[in-house]
Design a protein around this ligand. Structure first.
Ligand SMILES: NC(=O)c1ccc[n+]([C@@H]2O[C@H](COP(=O)([O-])OP(=O)(O)OC[C@H]3O[C@@H](n4cnc5c(N)ncnc54)[C@H](O)[C@@H]3O)[C@@H](O)[C@H]2O)c1
Length: 247
């Protein structure tokens, strides 16, 4: 049975990806910094739970040493604390870059031999914020732009490994991590009305696309970023119209 490792699998998008890849027939390793949630996801899908902070090189090394084979790595773990650039603390900026960019690189570095042996696939979960810089989200937009760049660079620098590297970039997705954002019904209705496909995503909308990048159907695709955003990044005109509306 082929193995897939999903980071941040304890909840939200990561849990949906773990479920989908298990349904696709993968033996799933559900990794999370939160032990209880990793166990819960793994228990649900008959997978293996791993407690690990993706920014800890020693822990990532231990994890890599515990695996015998790997076909798919999904770098999904990410953080998005709200902050203003004017006064964001250096430690907070660094932490976001560490989790969202350095963590994926550490996993790729340590797991490349296994992924190469299987001709595997890496899927990095970026964000539409990589393309549409989002005020008020501190280091988040720069971190996701860096993750897209890292994906492209890996596709080139590790091309000889036979591993494919792609990014899936969600728009707005309803998860535990964004529960507060969609809590106000009026604000949520306004958001939904601005999405060309008319609604915020659910985690499964993202997981289904990850499944494609994990599969042989995407065998000739590498170095790409696919925006799974209901059309949001294409929606400049509706946004400008909404912004200019006076009533
Ligand atoms: N929800 C959205 O609207 C949205 C939009 C675009 C992109 N994304 C991206 O999708 C990914 C998942 O988002 P979500 O909304 O499901 O988040 P979430 O906060 O609901 O879940 C994230 C999971 O990652 C884990 N995690 C955090 N830091 C970790 C670390 N250092 N090591 C290991 N695990 C860690 C958390 O414990 C949690 O289980 C993130 O990379 C996020 O940036 C989300």
């Amino acid at each position: 049975m082929a193995t897939a490792l999903v980071t941040g699998a304890g909840r939200g998008i990561g849990r949906a990806i773990a479920r989908r890849l298990a349904a696709d027939g993968f033996a799933v390793v559900a990794l999370d910094v939160d032990a209880a949630s990793a166990e819960k996801t793994a228990g649900e899908i008959g997978g293996r739970a791993v407690t690990c902070d993706v920014t800890d090189p020693a822990a990532v090394g231990d994890l890599a040493a515990s695996l015998e084979e790997l076909q798919v790595l999904v770098n999904n773990a990410g953080i998005f604390p709200f902050a203003r650039l004017a006064d964001i603390a250096p430690e907070e900026f660094r932490r976001v870059m560490d989790v969202n960019v350095l963590g994926p690189l550490l996993l790729i570095q340590r797991l490349l031999p296994l992924l190469s042996a299987s001709g595997g696939s890496v899927v990095n979960i970026a964000s539409m914020a990589a393309k549409a810089a989002t005020p008020g989200t501190g280091a988040y937009s720069p971190s996701k732009a860096a993750l897209v760049s890292l994906t492209q660079l890996c596709a080139l620098e590790f091309a000889h490994s036979g591993v494919r590297f792609n990014a899936v970039a969600p728009g707005g997705v309803r998860t535990e991590g964004t529960a507060q954002v969609s809590a106000d019904p009026e604000r949520e209705a306004r958001f939904n009305s601005l999405v060309p496909l008319g609604r915020r995503a659910v985690p499964e909308d993202i997981a289904d696309v990850v499944s494609f990048f994990a599969s042989e159907d995407s065998r000739y695709i590498t170095g790409q970023v696919l925006y799974v955003d209901g059309g949001l990044t294409a929606a400049t005109i509706p946004f400008l119209q909404a912004a200019q509306r006076t009533t």
